[in-house]
Design a protein around this ligand. Structure first.
Ligand code: V47
Ligand code: SF4
Length: 382
C-alpha cells in the first residue's frame, strides 16, 4: 500500500507520509499535525511501516523481576499513589538489605536475566545503602543485569551525598549499576510539571542524569506519562528533547509511553484517555522518535489485551514481568496489583498478534527465539 492509495487523506498528511516512507525525520510541526489531523488508521499504518523497517516481525520480551525498596516517598506527585503514603508511614514499607537480598535469592533457580529496582524516595535510603545493595547482588549473582533507580531517586541520592551527578553515577556504576529505567520523566514542560509533580527534579535535571549515564557508557530508557492535563504540544516537546539528546549520545534503548491511570491518587477526577488515544500515542512515538531503537508497551499499566493491540501501532517490545511459578488465571483482571505473566503467556500473546517472540537481555541481546516452539497447552488470553 502506498500513501496515494489511502482514502480521505489531505495533501498535508500525504506530504508527511511521504517523508516517513522515504525514511526522513518528521518535524515538530509535522508531528503536531499528525496528532491533530491523522486518523488512528493513518498514523497506525505509518507507525507499523516504521516498526517493520526496524524490526521485521520480531517482538521482544525479557525475564525480569522487580524490587521496590520502599513505597514511601518524600515527593508529592499528584498522579502517584505513593505520594500519600509518607504522611502515613505506618502504611508504608521499607525493605532492609537482607530483605532485598532474600527477593534476589528467591530467583536463584529461575532463568531471569534482569532485576529492575525502583521505588519511592525515602530519606533514610541513601547512596551508600544502595551501593551496598548493588555490590551484594553482584557478589551473589554476577551475571544478573541491574537496571535501577529513576533519575528522581538518583538526584536525591546524589544531592544528599553531596556528589555531582558524574561522581554519583560513577560510584553506582562501580558498585554494579548497569542501566537506568525510564521513570520520572513524566512531561518535561514546566507548566505541566508545576501541576502534576512540582517538587521533584525538573526536565533539564532528568535529561542531565541520563546524559551523564550515557557518557559513562551506560544505557537507559525514557518514559512519558500521557493522557492527563498535557496537550499534544507538550508531548511533542517532550519527545523532541529526548530525540535531541539521543542524537548526541545514542544511549537510549527504549521509549515507554505510560498511560495515566486515575485510580487511588490525587488526580482521580481526571478522566483516563481512550484506547484510540493510547494507540495513537504509541504510533506517534514510533514515527517521531526515529532514533530510538525500541518502543515498549508496559502491559501491567495498559492491560494485556491493549498491550497486544499496541503491537499493531509501532510497539516492538512488551516488557516481561515474569514469574513462572505464579498462575495468572487466579489474578482475574487485577494486573496492577500483582503484575506477573509466564513466559508461555507472553509468547502466546505475541504469537496471537502474528509476531515472532524473542526473549532478550536488557540490552537487546537475543537470548531465545520462540517462533518455532509449539506450546501444547496454550493458555487463553480471555
Ligand atoms: O515515573 C506513576 C509512572 C513511572 C502512575 O524503564 C504512573 O523499563 C500511570 O518508569 N498512572 C515509573 N503511570 C515506572 C517506570 C517504568 C516502568 C516499567 C519499565 C520501565 C523501564 C520504567 O510510573 C513513573 C510515572 O511516570 N506512574 N503513577 C499512574 N497513576
Ligand atoms: Fe511517586 Fe516517584 Fe513521584 Fe515519589 S517521585 S511520588 S514515587 S512518582
Amino acid at each position: 500500500m502506498t500513501v496515494n492509495t489511502l482514502p480521505n487523506v489531505n495533501n498535508d498528511l500525504k506530504k508527511i507520509a511521504d517523508k516517513i516512507y522515504n525514511g526522513q525525520r518528521i518535524s515538530d510541526t509535522d508531528g503536531l499535525y499528525l496528532f491533530e489531523h491523522g486518523s488512528l488508521a493513518f498514523v497506525g499504518a505509518l507507525a507499523n511501516h516504521v516498526r517493520e523497517q526496524k524490526h521485521g516481525d520480531t517482538t521482544y520480551f525479557n525475564r525480569n523481576f522487580h524490587i521496590e525498596p520502599t513505597n514511601a516517598c518524600i515527593y508529592s506527585c499528584h498522579f502517584c499513589s505513593y505520594s500519600k503514603l509518607y504522611a502515613h508511614r505506618d502504611e508504608a514499607w521499607e525493605l532492609s538489605l537482607e530483605q532485598m537480598m532474600d527477593i534476589v535469592k528467591k530467583y536463584d533457580n529461575e532463568p531471569v536475566t534482569e532485576v529492575h529496582i525502583v521505588g519511592g524516595v525515602h530519606p533514610k535510603m541513601n547512596l551508600e545503602f544502595f551501593a551496598e545493595l548493588l555490590r551484594n547482588i553482584k557478589a551473589h549473582r554476577p551475571e544478573l543485569h541491574i537496571k535501577g533507580f529513576t533519575a528522581v531517586e538518583l538526584d536525591y541520592m546524589f544531592r544528599k551525598a553531596k556528589k555531582t551527578v558524574l561522581e554519583g553515577m560513577q560510584y553506582l556504576k562501580d558498585a554494579g549499576l548497569e542501566s537506568l529505567p525510564g521513570g520520572g520523566a513524566e512531561i518535561f514542560a514546566p507548566e505541566v510539571r508545576e501541576q502534576i509533580c512540582a517538587d521533584k527534579i525538573d526536565g533539564a535535571g532528568w535529561l542531565k542524569i541520563h546524559q551523564t549515564a550515557h557518557e559513562l557508557g551506560m544505557q537507559s530508557n525514557a518514559t512519558m506519562l500521557f493522557g492527563h492535563v498535557e496537550n499534544y504540544e507538550h508531548r511533542i516537546d517532550h519527545m523532541r528533547q529526548l530525540r535531541d539528546l539521543q542524537d548526541q549520545t545514542n544511549g537510549f534503548n527504549t521509549f515507554i509511553p505510560l498511560k495515566f491511570r486515575n485510580g487511588d491518587n490525587d488526580m482521580s477526577h481526571v478522566s483516563e484517555s481512550s484506547l484510540i488515544e493510547d494507540m495513537k500515542m504509541y504510533a506517534m512515538a514510533r514515527i517521531y522518535l526515529d532514533n530510538f531503537p525500541h518502543i515498549k508497551a508496559y502491559w501491567p499499566m495498559l492491560g494485556r489485551q491493549n498491550a497486544q493491540l499496541s503491537l499493531s501501532f509501532g510497539v516492538n517490545d512488551i516488557d516481561g514481568t515474569i514469574d513462572d511459578t505464579t498462575k495468572i488465571y487466579s489474578m482475574a483482571g487485577s494486573e496492577e496489583q500483582t503484575p506477573s505473566m509466564s513466559t508461555e503467556e507472553l509468547v502466546v500473546l505475541i504469537k496471537q498478534a502474528k509476531r515472532r517472540p524473542v526473549e532478550r537481555g536488557t540490552l537487546y541481546n537475543v537470548i531465545k527465539d520462540y517462533s518455532e516452539i509449539v506450546h501444547t497447552d496454550l493458555p487463553s488470553l480471555n
